[in-house]
Design a protein around this ligand. Structure first.
Ligand code: DGJ
Length: 730
């Protein structure tokens, strides 16, 4: 075939591929990535089941034999493996969807009609499968977006009401997976303020384990939606089969993990249907958020590198771009500042050498100035007594110092003592017949209301319109939703869903006008981070807990699911650990400072100034490189993590003492990972404290093979609690 013909024929062939195929007796639908396959099959009765989820087979024709190979012992419903379990007809287990039809009937049945696969790019396919109820004019399209290189799949569903009247969705999951293995282990996370991402691993037993939140905003405060499931045996960093998943939704979520009577694991994840039956009008669609997942046969490390890579390429805003280092004033001033104090902080920003000064909470409100956390949220005008010349003069002051200026807002919130509350009580989420109940002395605005959406959008738009050189926003969210009620909505059961949709509408508008201005997603610590929100944000705030010892653990767990470039890490005075330790830990992400620079001793100042320069050199590797966890802080006295660039010519290895008992430290060499075995590397210690000498012999050259099989000892001990090594190929 000559070249011209290929060009003519290929689009025709691709076109043919994307046509909906009519139902055959059995239809096998593999959704493949480079390593894995999720295989769905419509049986002779048109019921769509998941027949396989695992490493992909060399010959895709063999998928049609998988179901028979596993067999089924006893499934009277014939529905345990359903690809999207409808409730109210034959189901005996947890449904993915349940509805009340227009005629009041509760039963739903879904049968395969057709499917197609679109090739969106060399790296992405989108498979859609249409299912219909044979008795009611009601349909669901399942979507599977497969990212081939990263072995990630995003799955969601489009639920459509073609009936003549309103259908009420009682449950409306995004995904319904089915895993087969002799045994399963769940790693889930729990926490609270300053205690984020505490892992728990347990063997999954029969029945249902539910991970969920009902907090509305700040939804992850007690529990994030991300989790891991190990198959066969608990996976380790480099061994075992493990699946990671999470919901792309910034509100209430619910994931049910049900070990069924056949010993298979059903995972059903989506928006939490708690207090949320959703009414669909005739000809209306309900599009669920996506549930993302990845599967690795080589342990947790590979799974997290898949996700981090996918996030940088496709999800996180400006994931391949750069970030601004900064000095924040929250912990150094809290609400107590004025122009003179800020002028000196701007000078400190310059002195420190970071890119930007970030003005935190406390700059707004006049009738009720924001001098504490009881007032002024909603009144986004500069407090005249504190800042008589406004934000504009601060932006200018920053420019005069050669740095950029960023600002904190908490735009979804309202203080009971605020002009906004007085003017628009109907914009506030509260129960009309009940006492108000506060979280951090504040309430939320009703983002299901388009007028409120305009107001919240206007906060950001006004700031940028008045101050076009404003370079950064920290978007905070410090309260959960109590007394959920919207004065705007007729149907209160749509409140939780419409709040989040309202939030996304605002963020969509902000990003349409200001596509790349960096914004930090903050929520009084890690109360809100997920891959729906991160499409609008460049980074997130993992925890208010900035004690570096705590952060070693917190950042370690976040890193399974989110890349370092998204993690805002600030050096603060939360702990008495040396400034070097605090700074080294913050360098494993996006470095910032929240300390009083003018109070630093000479050597500490010199150290942080040099650290900012060192960080500028190593940040491409930390932000864009592959992360390898080398020593787990939960398993020994030393934590060790390395980042390796794509060319495998540079590795940055961070090592910390995490056990302060007598004589603890790194007694053996630590094996690196991800290097090129054939390359020669020199290893040096970087980010040394002024006057200290490296414990490493920098004259030696090692092969990657040696460094990965034998390793190198960073000599972490009570005198060297934090050590950063850099290995460079020669
Ligand atoms: C909670 C954030 O996590 C802090 O960093 C700070 O911005 C405060 N809110 C301000 O109220």
């Amino acid at each position: 075939m000559n070249l011209k013909v290929t060009y003519l024929i290929l689009p025709l062939m691709l076109g043919a591929l994307t046509q909906h195929k009519a139902a055959a007796q059995t239809v096998t639908i593999p959704v493949e990535t480079s390593k894995n396959a999720l295989v769905l099959q419509a049986d002779g009765k048109h019921y769509l089941n998941t027949i396989y989820f695992g490493p992909k087979l060399n010959d895709s024709k063999e998928y049609s034999n998988v179901a028979a190979a596993y067999g089924s012992n006893h499934d009277p419903s014939g529905q345990m493996a359903s690809a999207y379990t409808p409730g109210g007809s034959r189901n005996l287990l947890e449904p993915a969807i349940s509805v009340i039809h227009a005629d009041g009937n509760y039963s739903l049945d879904l049968q395969y009609v057709s499917h197609k696969t679109d090739h969106i790019s060399d790296d992405i396919t989108l498979t859609s499968i249409l299912l219909k109820d044979p008795a009611y004019n009601f349909e669901v399209t399942l979507f599977y977006k497969a990212y081939l290189k990263d072995n990630v799949v995003e799955q969601w569903s489009n639920i459509r009401n073609n009936e003549k009247g309103i259908v009420t969705l009682q449950k409306f999951a995004s995904a319904n997976l089915y895993l087969k293995a002799p045994a399963f282990w769940l790693t889930q996370y729990h926490g609270d303020w300053a205690k984020e991402m505490r892992p728990e691993e347990t063997r999954i037993t029969h029945g249902i384990k539910t991970l969920d939140t009902k907090l509305g905003t700040r939804a992850n405060l007690f529990e994030p939606s991300v989790f891991m499931v190990s198959l066969d045996k608990p996976a380790t960093e480099d061994d075992g089969t493990v699946m990671y998943g999470g919901l792309e939704w910034s509100g209430n979520f619910r994931t049910d993990l049900e070990l069924d009577p056949e010993n298979n694991l059903r995972i059903i994840s989506g928006i939490n249907n708690y207090a949320s039956p959703y009414q669909l009008k005739p000809n209306e669609d309900f599009v669920t958020p996506a549930f993302w997942y990845t599967l690795s046969k080589n342990g947790k490390g590979e799974a997290s590198r898949n996700i981090q890579h996918w996030a940088r390429n496709y999800k996180l805003l400006d994931g391949k771009g750069s970030r601004l280092t900064l000095l924040n004033n929250w912990e150094s001033t809290f609400f107590d500042f004025d122009e003179a104090k800020l002028a000196s902080l701007l000078k400190d920003t310059k002195k420190l050498g970071v890119d930007l000064f970030l003005l935190d909470d406390g700059w707004f409100g006049n009738k009720y100035p924001r001098n504490g956390d009881h007032t002024a949220l909603g009144d986004w005008q500069e407090t005249k007594t504190k800042l008589p010349n406004g934000i504009a003069s601060l932006v200018k002051g920053a420019q005069d110092n050669g740095v950029k200026f960023g600002i904190w807002i908490e735009p979804e919130m309202v203080s009971p003592k605020s002009e906004l509350y007085e003017k628009h009580p109907d914009w506030v989420i509260k129960q009309p017949k009940r006492d108000e109940y506060y979280f951090r002395n504040q309430l939320e605005l009703d983002l299901s209301n388009p007028a409120v959406q305009d107001f919240v959008y206007g906060i950001v738009d006004n700031l940028f319109t008045k101050n076009p050189d404003l370079a950064y926003i920290k978007w905070d969210c410090n309260a959960v939703i109590y007394n959920a009620y919207s004065a705007h909505l007729k149907n209160q059961s749509q409140f939780y869903v419409d709040y989040v949709r309202g939030l996304y509408k605002v963020l969509e508008r902000i990003r349409a006008k200001y596509p790349k201005v960096p914004m930090m997603l903050c929520s009084g610590g890690g109360g809100r981070v997920d891959y729906a929100a991160l499409q609008y944000f460049t980074e997130f705030w993992p925890s208010d807990n900035t004690d570096p010892l705590e952060r070693v653990f917190i950042q370690w767990e976040y890193s399974y699911f989110y890349p370092a470039i998204a993690s805002s890490n600030h050096v603060t005075d939360w702990s008495k650990l040396p400034i070097k330790y605090r700074t080294d830990v913050a360098m494993m992400g996006k470095l910032g400072f929240d300390i009083v620079i003018s109070k630093l001793g000479e050597n500490d100042l010199r150290f942080v100034q040099n650290a900012v320069k060192t960080f500028d050199e190593i940040k491409p590797v930390v932000w864009q490189g592959d992360q390898y966890r080398l020593l787990n802080p939960r398993e020994g006295s030393v934590a060790s993590i390395a980042y390796v660039n794509e060319a495998r010519t540079t590795a940055i290895m961070f090592n910390y003492l995490v056990n302060y008992r007598y004589d603890e430290g790194s007694i053996q060499p630590i094996r690196l990972k991800g290097l090129d075995p054939g390359k020669q590397y020199k290893v040096k210690e970087i980010n040394l404290y002024p006057g200290s000498r490296s414990g490493i012999d920098e004259s030696k050259t090692y092969t990657g093979d040696f460094l990965m099989k034998i390793g190198i000892n960073p000599k972490v001990n009570s005198g060297r609690t934090s050590v950063i090594l850099e290995a460079d190929a020669q």
